[in-house]
Design a protein around this ligand. Sequence first.
Ligand code: ADP
Ligand code: MG
Length: 202
Amino acid sequence: MSDTDKDVGATIEAVAQAIIAHADELTELDSAIGDGDHGHNMKRGMLAVLDDLEVLSAKPWDEALKAAGMQLVMKVGGASGPLYGTLFMTLGKTLDTPPTRAGLVAAFDAAIEAVMARGKAHAGQKTMLDVVVPVAAALKEGKGPAEIAAVAADACAATRDMLATKGRASFLGERSIGHIDPGARSSQIIIEAIAARFGDVK
Ligand code: ADP
Ligand code: MG
């Protein structure tokens, strides 16, 4: 990791811009198996995060992620707002500045536990958890950023054949099969943006 890679502000900016760039695609995915607002919701939250970027950039990793998580809770709305907010706020509870591999593993585990508790969900239900859970496992196994991005891409693609049993898509029953889950795709976009910034975290 170079010093610029360790910059929390630049990392948050990259995540926000990646989501904003894919907002229409996320909304399209949510139109197929939800109510068509996921891209719009996420874009609104990430624009609020970008508005705060200068303040966030001056903070250490833990405080910056907590602040970004609070913005997402307030601005994203829907099912995903509180869940992504919880994810980022919990990631921000323990991370060192700069983050270490062990610190990231522990923070990711805690964040996923918190998201599962908040949404009363687990992996296998065609949600964002179907991306973040295998990513956490890959991180724990010591995989590098490119491999982790590939795990996220495969995990996202695998939601296409899954039956939704949580969230709005579950109302469709069997008709939820054959479509990628919008939250899984937004999680993949976020992981890809982070992986692209991180060198091998020691
Ligand atoms: P809403 O469904 O309220 O319109 P969004 O469209 O913003 O909210 O987000 C939908 C995404 O949220 C889904 O694609 C799914 O990945 C995720 N999601 C919904 N409910 C849960 C849950 N209980 N646990 C984890 N993720 C969930
Ligand atoms: Mg929706």
